[in-house]
Design a protein around this ligand. Structure first.
Ligand code: GLN
Length: 274
């Protein structure tokens, strides 16, 4: 008995010690400070339903963007305030009510450049399709065009996250050069996890979302798979308040620093392991 207890205890300890145990990779996560306009704070807008870039662990925040946010605020000696909101409010919230930066796996687009100044890019991304595990529709596809041909069919319902480039891909966007899948019906959800639930419940046929969160969802939710073919070519950057050019410059300098000293790669590999 004692031996069993010791083994179990060691397992629990191992789990706690090694990052990468289950989903709660940072164990602790990052606690948001309370917004206080009288203080020097970095206020970040996000939508924390986009693992591995941002997600919640209890009342704390975790993920690639959140770690960069925390490191940046620490480098300036300022508190970090994280505001979790619907994705389609993230960009437009910047510059209002004290919001300094949008950090949300945010694809650079011309339209968004009207609202924010983008930092240097830090990640290449692409839309992908999630289907039910037993769905063979795309099994013989080898190119994005072949996937699109099978998506863009009357009667097909495609779940997306509202306000994202995934939604633009399905609805069409002159800004992004997407023709749209106009024969299909686009169904917007407040996050990709809910879109997947809707697919499992039979209300939409497929879900289109960014590759990394798509693969993260497949790792967490049974009965779904990702079609591993890139549909778009996108780049993530942070969106900074246009009224704060100095902040843009310091965030770019911080990003450059963590790319050069290996911190950035460490954060990425931690969140992409296994
Ligand atoms: N990269 C996509 C976009 O910018 C999705 C981002 C997200 O859902 N957090 O629209």
């Amino acid at each position: 008995m004692k031996k069993i207890v010791t083994v179990m205890l060691s397992l629990v300890l191992c789990c706690g010690l090694f990052a990468g145990c289950g989903d709660e990779r940072e164990d602790e996560g990052i606690k948001s400070a309370t917004y206080d306009p009288s203080k020097e704070q970095i206020v970040v807008a996000t939508n924390a339903a986009f693992a591995p870039f941002e997600y919640t662990v209890g009342d704390r925040f975790a993920g690639i963007d959140m770690e960069i946010a925390k490191g940046f605020a620490d480098s300036l000696g300022q508190e970090l305030v994280i505001l979790d909101m619907e994705f389609d409010s993230v960009v437009t919230s910047v510059g209002k009510n004290g919001v300094d930066i949008a950090m949300a796996g945010l694809t650079v687009t011309e339209k968004r450049k009207e609202s924010v100044n983008f930092t240097d890019t830090y990640y290449n991304a692409s839309q992908m399709v999630i289907v039910k595990a037993d769905d063979t529709t795309f099994d013989d596809c080898t190119t994005a065009d072949e996937i699109v041909a099978k998506l863009n069919v009357s009667g097909v319902k495609i779940g997306v996250q509202a306000g994202t480039t995934g939604e633009s891909f399905v609805r069409g966007s002159a800004d992004l050069g997407f023709d749209g899948l106009l024969n299909a019906q686009c169904v917007a959800h407040s996050n990709a996890g809910l879109a997947v639930t809707d697919m499992k419940n039979g209300n939409v046929n497929y879900v289109v979302v960014d590759e990394a969160p798509a693969k993260n969802l497949v790792g967490k939710i049974d009965g779904i798979k990702v079609i591993d073919i890139k549909l778009t070519d996108e780049e993530y950057a942070f969106g900074v308040d246009k009224a704060q050019p100095d902040l843009l410059e310091s965030l770019n300098a911080y990003l450059k620093g963590i790319k050069e000293d290996g911190t950035f790669d460490e954060i990425l590999s931690k969140h992409f392991q296994g």
